[in-house]
Design a protein around this ligand. Structure first.
Ligand code: V47
Length: 756
């Protein structure tokens, strides 16, 4: 077992830590050390940048089928404070947002009993119809799982339909806590952890980026938190696609769990830091300001967070109803100030973490101002405001603030300023006239344009100003205007590379060196964000990338953009081999998979008392005992000797069609079966595509009765249409098998009753 010092050194060397080590850090590391380690990791991952976006939430209803203990948002149909938006109302709400600068609408709400997949798709279509340029981040995996099951389609099919409707990414809600005992207590009706993970896995495999969350600070233990993080990390290893992890602090007002109170700010900071350190394969850690409030969010940046979420515009009630920030809304200035005050560089992002450049918008604003015929005097008086923006701010902030002062104020105010200005100018002219009559050595007072040409009092320009102040001012304004437009144009062309975009190449299968060469020539940056180990692939080969190009999503980015890649490691990581005997097969499998190990074989032995209980464990020929301090490379196979009672010799073949190889293996082991031959069809061209292949046929049919420990041959394809269609058929088959089984059980029960 490594000490705190050893673990800290490992983190500094950018090595992965084990769940046990995360627990040690959590319990024993001083807060400052966690901050240091987490920020070092954050800086490696995303430099000094901290992201925010311009977003709104859309919560179409708070009527929910589920009644979770921690939820203050949920209402029953008919409750006086329940709300429900029809599709027309959703559309009207989206239309109200036209002309704003938001880039994302995050739709999430209660699981309404009357909503089906079509309703959810229609809702997205209405929003996209009203706001075509805005990204729709829609529905938690809980909602998605519900709508898909309700519709009776596969997860893949459901996601495909949502995508077709315009869903671009999936938020991280609904994860709560994965541990089944705690989940059972706080949200027993929601989909299980495995179902939540299955939705995200499927999304990642389809190239849909998602977020993930954890609800912490209620009745869970630190072990439960680490277990949750570990399951997220494993999924990200297996099927990368999480953009950000958002630890959600439990808020206690107005819900049945309230008596447990809320955790401390220190706990929040430890949570953020451990997330950053442990989740070494998730690029962003978000400190959700709506939950944390300003002060903790700022501190969270010193503990490894690199995202604070967005402007929100008072559009979410989930947190305010539970005691989080009331009427949450922040301007871009406030968000940026928070980041700057914490010593980082604010960067506006879109939903896919591309940097958003707003200069094109500023051009639009210039045009709007011109169209609104703002008078030159008003423009000058507002230009003065630029000078008084505090010098502490970054130049970009100053410029943006000035732009807002210039263009965002309502016209009435401009008119008010203008009339004051006109009066001021009249006074000034009188003074100037006076000073002229007194001679040329007195300085004129006030008047911005005149003031900006100071020093020329005695020259011809000065004389022009005194004789024809209005015309002279107009000329200066025109010149300033032309200069500003030229600078804006040059800035747009060359500063922000406006209009330039690069199609993201497919780096899969290249060596990291080749990928870097290609990226360099395309003016992109390659960042290695993760590594896996696959014996069949050469070390250094790129096996995944973000953003990913695919047949359904062709991605273009601005020059200079970072592309995050996962490579096949040159050598395997060494991990502890846990002692997993003397527990149930399921518990043992959990530990084996979590440690990065695999199952070589399940060998069944008859037993008097139990079925699926692990009797012994071996690595090769060596038996692992409680005192054996064994270590092995990631991917090492473990053989388990497992018990069966003679009357429980048989098990049933699970549905494997539609799953990845890894998922299919897990499903077989879970059911006491072994993986037989693995056969790839012609669409699987190389080792890389093997990772993407899915089962389209299984040698034993779904629900077939087979001996425990038997083999099942798996047939895999990369042909998505084939895998999807076979998957739909398999799902139907699985349902009818389940119905048959239920019928049989009922018949047996009634027979038993009759004979009693
Ligand atoms: O799943 C509900 C949580 C989540 C409470 O993906 C509560 O970018 C604390 O997931 N106290 C929904 N938390 C919100 C969510 C989210 C928020 C912001 C950004 C993203 C993203 C996702 O809110 C729920 C649940 O875990 N929640 N009630 C409560 N009393």
């Amino acid at each position: 077992m490594r000490t705190i010092t050893d673990i800290a050194d490992a983190v500094r060397r950018d090595e992965r830590i084990t769940p046990q080590e995360a627990l040690t850090l959590w319990r024993e590391a001083p807060l400052w050390l966690l901050g240091e380690l987490a920020v070092a990791r954050k800086v490696k991952a995303s430099g000094r940048e901290v992201y925010y976006n311009r977003n709104v939430h859309l919560e179409p209803t708070n009527i929910c089928l589920f009644n979770c203990e921690f939820c203050s948002f949920r209402r029953r149909e008919g409750d006086k404070d329940a709300w429900y938006m029809s599709l027309d109302e959703v559309e009207a709400r989206a239309k109200e947002l036209r002309g704003t600068d938001i880039t994302e609408v995050h739709i999430v709400g209660g699981v309404h009993p009357k909503h089906d997949l079509d309703t959810y798709c229609a809702m997205i279509r209405r929003v996209k119809g009203a706001l075509p340029h805005v990204t729709v981040k829609a529905y938690t995996a809980v909602e998605i799982f519900y709508m898909i099951r309700h519709e009776g389609v596969s997860v893949v099919e459901g996601l495909r339909r949502l995508m077709e409707a315009g869903m671009e990414c999936i938020p991280g809600g609904g994860a709560e806590i994965f541990d089944s005992a705690i989940r059972e207590k706080i949200c027993p009706e929601k989909c299980s952890a495995d179902e939540w993970l299955a939705v995200h896995r499927a999304a990642h495999n389809m190239g849909i980026a998602t977020n993930c969350t954890m609800l912490y600070g209620h009745i869970e233990s630190l072990e439960h938190r680490v277990d949750h993080l570990n399951r997220l990390r494993m999924l990200q290893d297996e099927a990368p696609g999480f953009d950000a992890f958002i630890p959600l602090k439990y808020h206690s007002r107005g819900n049945r769990l309230g008596q447990v109170g809320e955790c401390s700010v220190e706990d929040d900071l430890r949570m953020i830091a451990i997330s950053r350190i442990f989740l070494d394969n998730i690029p962003h850690i978000k400190a959700y300001w709506v939950s944390y409030g300003k002060a903790t969010t700022e501190m969270a940046l010193a503990f490894g967070a690199d995202d604070i979420d967005g402007t929100i515009g008072d559009t979410t009630k989930i947190y305010s109803m539970a005691g989080g920030v009331d009427r949450p809304s922040m301007s871009v200035d406030e968000l940026e100030a928070m980041v700057v005050d914490a010593g980082f560089v604010p960067v506006e992002r879109d939903s896919h973490y591309n940097v958003v450049e707003h200069d094109a918008k500023q051009v639009e604003q210039v045009e709007q101002v011109q169209a609104a015929k703002v008078t030159p005097e008003a423009a000058i008086s507002e230009l003065k405001a630029e000078v008084v923006v505090p010098a502490k701010e970054e130049p970009r902030l100053r410029r943006e603030k000035a732009m807002r002062v210039l263009y965002d104020e309502p016209v009435e105010e401009k008119q008010a300023v203008k009339s004051a200005e006109v009066k001021e100018k009249a006074k000034e002219n009188i003074n100037q006239d006076k000073s002229m009559s007194q001679g040329d050595n007195a300085q004129p007072q006030g008047g911005s344009a005149a003031k900006s040409s100071k020093g020329d009092n005695g020259g011809s320009i000065g004389r022009l100003f005194r004789r024809m102040p209005v015309i002279a001012n107009m000329v200066v304004i025109c010149i300033l205007g032309i200069i500003a437009l030229v600078m804006l144009y040059v800035g747009l062309r060359f500063g922000t590379r406006h209009g330039q975009s690069i199609e993201v190449p497919n780096f899969l299968g290249m060596t990291i060196e080749q990928a870097r060469d290609v990226a360099n020539s395309d003016d992109l940056q390659i960042i290695v964000r993760d590594s896996i180990f696959d014996v069949d692939l050469p070390g250094g080969m790129v096996v995944d990338q973000l953003p990913r190009t695919s047949s359904v999503r062709e991605v273009t980015v601005k020059p200079g953009r970072k592309i995050y890649v996962t490579i096949n490691a040159y050598s395997r990581r060494i991990v502890d081999i846990p002692y997993v005997a003397k527990q149930t097969l399921r518990q043992a499998l959990n530990q084996i998979e979590r440690s990065g190990l695999t199952v070589d074989r399940l060998i069944y032995e008859p037993d008097m008392t139990s079925t699926d209980y692990v009797l012994k464990q071996f690595v090769g020929r060596k038996e692992i005992l409680p005192a054996t301090n064994a270590t092995g490379q990631v991917g090492t196979g473990v053989t388990l000797r497992v018990s069966y009672r003679r009357d429980e010799q048989h098990t049933y073949t699970p549905r494997l069609v539609g799953l990845s190889l890894q998922q299919a293996k897990s499903a077989l082991w879970d059911n006491g079966l072994n993986v037989g031959d693995v056969v790839y069809d012609d669409s699987v061209e190389d080792m890389i595509s093997r990772r993407k292949a899915r089962v389209y046929r299984q040698s034993k049919s779904i629900g077939a009765e087979v001996r425990r420990g038997g083999d099942v041959t798996l047939y895999l394809t990369c042909d998505e249409a084939l895998a999807d269609s076979m998957s739909i058929i398999a799902e139907r088959e699985a349902r009818s098998v389940e119905q048959e089984r239920m019928k049989r059980r009922l018949a047996q029960d009634s027979l038993a009753q009759e004979t009693m």
